[in-house]
Each structure stands twice: as C-alpha cells, then as structure tokens.
Design a protein around this ligand. Sequence first.
Ligand SMILES: Nc1ncnc2c1ncn2[C@@H]1O[C@H](COP(=O)(O)OP(=O)(O)O)[C@@H](O)[C@H]1O
Ligand SMILES: [Mg+2]
Length: 399
Amino acid sequence: MRSRAQLPTAPTDPPIPDDRALDVAWSHLRHAPQGVLAVDRGGKILTANPAAAKLLGYDPDQLEGEDAARVFRAPKGEGHVPPGACASAEDSREVEVVTRSGDILPVALRLLPLEGRDGSLRGTLALFQDLRDEKAREEQWRRRDRLASLGALAAGVAHEIRNPLAGIGTSAQLLKRRMESDDPRSQFADLILEEVSRLDRIVESLLQFARPTTPKLLRQSLLPSIDRALTLVHEVAVQQNVHLRVERADRVPEIYMDHDQILQVVLNVLMNALQALTQGGEIGVRIGPARKRAAERSALGRRATDRLLERERPPLQDVVEVRVRDNGPGIPATVLARVFDPFFTTRTQGTGLGLSICQSIVREHGGAISIESTVGQGTTVTIDLPVEKRHGDRRGSPR
Ligand SMILES: Nc1ncnc2c1ncn2[C@@H]1O[C@H](COP(=O)(O)OP(=O)(O)O)[C@@H](O)[C@H]1O
Ligand SMILES: [Mg+2]
C-alpha cells in the first residue's frame, strides 16, 4: 500500500491494526448521522459516508475521487476544505453548503486533521451536520416572540382607535339625518360612514388577531362550516367566472372544533383564492381523513409552514385534511415565506391579517396550516385538524 511505503521511520511494516478500532471507525463512518468526508492534501475526496452523500445529494459511491472544492462548497463558490491538510482540530462553525441540486443547506461544520496511523498529516476530515430543523425551530421561536409583542401592540392600538371611530361614525350619522334627503352634501356623510365601517372591520381583525377567543370545541362535522363558507363566496365566484369544485371523502370523521372559527378560516382561504383569480379560474376544495405527523417537515424557504417542531418526530395522528387549491398566478418564494406574517400583504386593500388569524385559530384547534405554491400554476392551502382523542375527557374519573 502506498501509505506504508511513505512511512519515514518504520523499519518494518506497521503493526496490524487493531480490529476493534477499525470496526468502530468503520461503523462510525457508515452509521453516523452527520456527514463525514475525508479529503486528501490535493483536495480529492478519499471517502464519504452515506450521510454525507445523502445530504449533498449524491449516491454513496459517487463522491470518491471527486474534487472537494466542487461538491462541498459555499454559495459564494469557495470550497469548505482549504488546500493541504488541517493541522489541528477546529471548532464547529455554521456554514452553508450548496447541494448537487443547487439547494443551500445550513450545516454545522468541523474540520479535523486526517492522520495516518503513524501520525503523519494526510489531509482533512470534514464532519458536518444538517441544521435545517434547528433553524426552523429558531425561526419558530423568533416568530412567536414577534407575534406576542405585535399582538400586544395591535390590541393597544385597536383599543385606542375604537372609541374615536365610534364617535366619528355617530356624528356622521347625525349630520346625515339633519340634512334634507336631496342635500348634495349627504354624499360626504355617506363617504365618512363607509370609511368608518372599513376601519372598523380592520380594527375588528386586529383585535381578533391580538386576542383570539378561545375556541368552543364541540365534537361535530366540519362539513357544515365548509358548506356555509362555499355558500358565502358563491356569488363572488360566479361574478368572477370562477368554478368551485368540491370533493368529499365518503367518510369524514367528526372533530372537536368551533364552527364559527373554522368557518372564518375556510372563508379567509377561499377569499384569498378568489382574490388571486381575478381573471377567472378554478378552486378545488378537497376534504378527507388523513394520518400525519403533527407538523410535517419541509425544506427551509420552500414552503411556508406552521412548523411545530417541539419534538424531534411528532407522533402520527388522525386528522381531517382540507385542501383548497386554486389555479391562480401562484406565489413567488420570497412572498411565500412571509404570507403568515401579520400585516404582510401584497394587495392594496389587504390587511395582511387573514392568514395570521387562520393560523392562530388552527393552532388553537391543535392543527396546522400550510401553503404550497408554484408560480404560474397555482396555490394550495392545506389545513389539518386533529380528530382529537381527548384523553382528558374525565368521563371515567372520580369526582
Ligand atoms: N391563493 C393565493 N394566491 C396568491 N397569493 C396568495 C394566496 N393566498 C394568500 N396570498 C398572498 O398572501 C398574502 C397574505 O394573505 P392574507 O394574510 O390573507 O392577507 P390579505 O389577504 O389581507 O393580503 C396576500 O396578500 C397574497 O399576496
Ligand atoms: Mg386574505
């Protein structure tokens, strides 16, 4: 073997390697959850473990012999493993790696010396760990923090606006009443009243967002809430030349839910779809039972999701899934990442509170809401509501 020939001091062959040590090294390489890449002094990959190949998007045997600078590089282009050999173990640091498909993966990277058994430096060992879940969790916490302070602020502002608004409304009404019915100035009073009621609606959503009422959870079917929402948007749909198509599974289990609140969620989502379909189109609503993890994982930035990643792998649960799909213009990725942010809107008449309210209601129900979208094809909103077993039902417990 080449490495033996290079040994400077060994007068004879090096000692036969300890089998146990090799077994440990081999097992670690095969099964370690983090990626392991061994890179020689010339920058070629000597070996890569399955996790490394998977994270970078290659087949396990594709990486050997490749240029580390090419397959293990930062978005700006430079490789993560400097030329030559790593002299001493480095601290772990957070970097981004471009995968084979061009995705950017946040990883914790640690470089270690790659040493021969004789202690000679052969290159660099790169250990790296996927940080997507951790990032998602951090983002979730930041978001909660932001929401909490925003909620308090919104409640304060809404409260302050409400009283003067009521005063303006009443005064405009009085003015109008004192005018003759053909008085041309009464149109100004009408304008004031119209705008006051628009502001009132905004304040109402603000308050709802800031202090969501606790849902009154009753075991019931959600089909009536959906039917009601469909009836309410039917007229607008006809006017806009939008075809509504509904598919129900044969058996849709009852869930614990608040009719008014779920109606509001479905209505918000349908209104968003209709607002996206100003040129006409189709909205498909599909309702059926499903079995899912409490919150599905997704690649960062790919999908705006109500991520609840408290536990590593949330248990499977029975849910009723409502999917609302439109064939509108779709949402670009930069917008998609923000649609659940309160006050984020792309519409001049929007408040940006629709989806935020949907999210807080669905959360109160123990469910999840997510949006997927492809520009040019359309948008799908998925709402999962748990068929909760309610362990706390206390039926059998002593008084
Ligand atoms: N079905 C959809 N198609 C395209 N864009 C959508 C859709 N649903 C939501 N959006 C985008 O998400 C944004 C936020 O929605 P929302 O929270 O309901 O607030 P608003 O409707 O007041 O703008 C919208 O302004 C729009 O850009
Ligand atoms: Mg909306």
